[in-house]
Write a protein that binds this ligand. Structure first.
Ligand SMILES: [Fe+2]
Length: 447
């Protein structure tokens, strides 16, 4: 089965090559979903490991239900497989906390449903005309479904991290080589750049359209903030000093009793360790800090005399090439991610040490913007000028507003299908179970 070469524009592929690409992406996503649900026994699939998360078996059937609705019924024009369960697997009709009390399909029924839907989808993929509507242009609806599955796979990975029972997940692969002697921060000069995209075939509505944004000169950390740096904030009493925290941040810190990142604990001798997918591992100083909420990231930045980057600053640092005067698809260029460029796709179960992936650095020399940890920005989730709902308001539009903050860049648990220079993620500022860290910025003094 052929797959497009690095950086191929899906609009340019032949019909057969596009179908092969879609089939390969669907298969890759399904291998991951299967591995994530085969990793534990039936009781672990059915139970709710945290009120923040769905039972794993709900996610799995929900993936197939969305796939059925968009590809079997809408694109394929076929009869419903299980219209009777749409309601139960509709994320907007049932909160995560309510999902365990629904009469969910059993794990065996779920696996049967999932494979029945996929059979039909592969049949639709063989026969349905592509490039005949906006939904089928460059296979968009299939791409949307692939991204949806991969996003739920990352959510399921977060559920595994929250599990207190069942077997630990597999040990991570060793980390890649680290660059030495990197500067602490990089200057991004003032000027306009192109934010968002109008051409990326599978970009979602919130990434569109491409538009020009002026960004003042600023400095950005070369790498994400590390555990060692964050420990200095803890040791300096950062969690008990009101002055570093925003008003809502301090209120939350007190109410939730935050004293360290989620999953961290300190033994009697004062050594820190963290729970990682069922194993207790020492805190590694040079690894990016993980499982902090926006308020913790902001407090650290204030303590360090810095601030979080805005979303536009992050994207400019990641995509703008001052030589060619254009925005790239990824920090390193237009070519797709590879294992040498970024820590993506659950190949490792942890972020790589700061300074890893020199081949993935941006034109300005910023490292690890893609992969490793999602990075909190100071921006709330808002539509770009010229935003249009596509294909439905529940994808992005209903989340716009002051409640959600944007995270960028993807984590070690994000698949490359759901990660690019323009990709926008969003969450509540108190969330810590996601694979999020941050890097800091500061204004450049006017010269
Ligand atoms: Fe979903």
């Amino acid at each position: 089965m052929s797959s497009p070469n690095a950086g191929t524009d899906l609009h340019q592929l032949s019909d057969a090559a596009l179908r092969d690409h879609i089939a390969a992406q669907l298969t890759r996503a399904r291998l991951r979903s299967t591995a994530l649900t085969d990793a534990v026994d039936e009781p672990e699939l059915i139970m709710q490991h945290s009120p923040l998360m769905s039972p794993l078996v709900w996610d799995y059937a929900h993936i197939a239900n969305q796939e059925e609705i968009w590809l079997v019924r809408d694109i394929g024009g076929r009869e419903a497989v299980r219209a009777d369960i749409d309601q139960m697997y509709d994320a907007f009709k049932n909160s995560r906390a309510e999902r365990p009390s629904l009469p969910l399909l059993s794990p065996t029924q779920t696996r049967g449903y999932v494979s029945q839907v996929r059979q039909k989808v592969l049949d639709v993929l063989e026969r349905a005309p592509l490039n005949v509507s906006r939904l089928t242009e460059a296979g968009f609806a299939f791409g949307m479904v692939v991204q949806h599955e991969q996003q739920h796979d990352e959510t399921m990975l977060a559920t595994h991290q929250l599990r207190r029972s069942g077997p630990p997940l597999q040990a991570p692969l060793p980390s890649p080589a680290v660059s030495s002697a990197l500067p602490g921060e990089v200057l991004i000069p003032a000027g306009e750049f192109t934010m968002g995209t109008s051409t990326e075939a599978w970009a979602l509505d919130n990434e569109r359209p491409a538009h020009t944004v002026h960004v003042e000169a600023f400095f950005l950390d070369t790498t994400p903030v590390t555990n060692g740096e964050y420990l200095r904030f803890i040791d300096a009493g950062g969690y008990s000093q009101r002055r570093w925290w925003s008003a809502p941040g301090w209120e939350h810190r007190q109410r939730a009793g935050l004293t360290a990142p989620l999953f961290w604990s300190r033994d009697d001798g004062g050594s820190w360790s963290r729970r990682s997918f069922g194993s207790q591992i020492p805190i590694q100083d040079d690894e990016p800090v993980l499982h902090v909420c926006l308020y913790e990231a902001q407090a650290y930045a204030a303590w360090a005399g810095r601030r979080l980057p805005t979303e536009a600053e992050w994207e400019k640092a990641a995509r703008w090439d001052p030589v060619s005067q254009r925005s790239r698809r990824y920090p390193w260029g237009d070519e797709d991610p590879t294992p040498e460029r970024a820590n993506l796709g659950q190949r490792h179960l942890r972020p790589a040490p700061a300074g890893s992936y020199p081949a993935g650095a941006s034109a300005h020399g910023v490292h690890q913007l893609i992969g490793d940890v999602w990075e909190w920005t100071s921006s709330t989730f808002a539509p770009y000028a010229g935003f249009e709902v596509f294909p439905y308001a529940e994808y992005s539009q209903v989340f716009f507003g002051e409640d959600y903050y944007v995270l960028r860049g993807g984590s070690f648990g994000t698949d490359q299908a759901a990660c690019r220079g323009t990709f926008r993620n969003w969450d509540y500022p108190i969330r810590r179970q996601i694979f999020a860290g941050f890097r800091t910025a500061r204004d450049a003094e006017p010269s």
